[in-house]
Design a protein around this ligand. Structure first.
Ligand code: NAD
Length: 379
């Protein structure tokens, strides 16, 4: 990003980035305030300005303004450099018509409005939290760190024709898997750029043995690979990937998949990582050049109504979402990495919120703010 490059070169003393903050419902506001504290500390330490614009979204916005995504919220997002999102939804709004419910009424329109085509979901299992994973200890000893990159706006979820015909004796439903080369190229660039910045290995998922889409997917990914000679590319059929990722998650770095396959595999990886309260995500749109994007960053989990209002939710997913925002939207790699190291150090020291606390010797149970304090102390 130009502002950041100028800042690092000393040509600009105090770059300012605008962040639209949409905390949402349930635990959203509680975990968001910890992420805000972390960003404030990063700002004062690095000499950067973050301008936060807090707006209502989801159920809270329905209650106050009658819509899950009020105009003022969308306008704040348009004016921002990135969106930090909490989570939306809860029992109070479940009886509304589906299109008006918090998730359908806020998240889907935001994705569409900003053309957020790349969904990045890191599945990280920390060495000291392998017990929280359903996978055998001997397979994941030492933990793992896999980044799932899912194409989010194309493929079978959106392809036309798409209809269901219930007339006649044998009803028919049609969904169509469509990918254009340009759609595959842009998501492949996101995945290769991410891989180049970490373990330099990319596994592309397709079903090229059965689907025409798979053939185009594979040949396009191979042609994009020529721009990233430092990244080692391999391919897996999706059925085999579902098995291999569980058999040996430590063997993977970045996994790239079309929409449907990525939806399923990223949930599989979240499950084996252990705790939902630890997992961040990014949905990226327009590239600003230099590997930086406009994006929406949010925890992988939901609004956790069962934990809301009690000060017990784990803020790490939200804090790591803020770290992803710094990396992918602002190019602040060092600052993002310092947040991730602080989280890792706190976990290694045995600090645990209730969702990851087992009572094991050397561990200490804290609430949402206590976890925020511990992470701030490491920064
Ligand atoms: P959920 O992710 O909210 O909760 C599942 C379980 O994980 C719960 O036991 C919860 O307490 C726990 N959990 C999740 N995040 C946690 C955290 N940070 N710390 C501690 N524990 C955590 O999923 P759900 O119960 O199926 O859905 C609850 C509501 O959230 C629903 O209204 C759903 O529609 C909504 N939802 C929203 C989003 C989103 O905003 N992107 C995503 C998923 C679900």
């Amino acid at each position: 990003m130009e502002a950041m490059a100028a800042f690092r070169d000393g040509a600009m003393s105090h770059p300012t980035f605008k962040i639209a903050v949409l905390a949402g419902d349930g635990i959203g506001p509680e975990v968001m305030s910890e992420a805000r504290r972390v960003l404030d500390k990063i700002a004062s330490r690095a000499g950067i300005g973050f301008e936060f614009d807090e707006k209502l979204v989801g159920g809270a916005a329905i209650d106050a303004e009658g819509s899950a995504l009020p105009d003022a919220t969308l306008e704040a997002c348009e004016a921002a450099d990135a969106i930090l999102f909490g989570s939306v939804g809860g029992p109070k709004w479940e009886s509304l018509p589906p299109a008006e419910q918090p998730e359908r009424g806020a998240l889907l329109p935001l994705r569409k409005h900003f053309g957020l085509y790349a969904n990045l979901r890191p599945a990280v299992c920390f060495a000291s939290l392998t017990h929280a994973s359903p996978v055998k200890e001997e397979i994941i000893e030492g933990g793992f760190d896999v980044l799932c990159v899912r194409e989010l706006t194309g493929g079978i979820y959106f392809g036309e024709p798409k209809h269901i015909d219930r007339d006649g004796v044998d009803p028919v439903a049609v969904d169509t898997m469509v990918y254009k080369r340009s759609e595959i190229e842009r998501i492949a660039h996101v995945a290769f750029t991410a891989a180049a910045g970490r373990g330099k290995r990319l596994t592309s998922i397709d079903k090229a043995n059965v689907l025409q889409n798979g053939l185009l997917w594979r040949e396009t990914v191979e042609s994009v690979a020529k721009d990233y000679p430092e990244v080692q590319l391999s391919h897996l059929y999706v059925d085999n990937a579902a098995m291999q990722l569980i058999r040996n998650p430590k063997g993977y770095d970045v996994v790239l998949a079309p929409n449907l396959f990525g939806d399923i595999l990223s949930d599989e990886m979240a499950m084996i990582a252990g705790s939902l309260g630890m997992l961040a995500s990014a949905s990226l749109g327009e590239s600003k050049g230099g590997g930086h994007y406009f994006g929406l960053y949010e925890p992988s989990g939901g609004s956790a109504p069962d934990s809301a209002g009690q000060g017990i939710a784990n803020p790490i997913a939200q804090i790591l979402s803020a770290a992803m925002l710094l990396r992918y939207s602002f190019g602040l790699e060092q600052e993002a990495a310092s947040i991730e190291s602080a989280v890792r150090a706190v976990i290694d020291e045995g600090v645990r919120t209730g969702d990851i606390f087992t009572g094991a010797a050397g561990t200490q149970k804290v609430g949402t703010t206590g976890m925020g304090d511990a992470i701030l102390a490491k920064l």
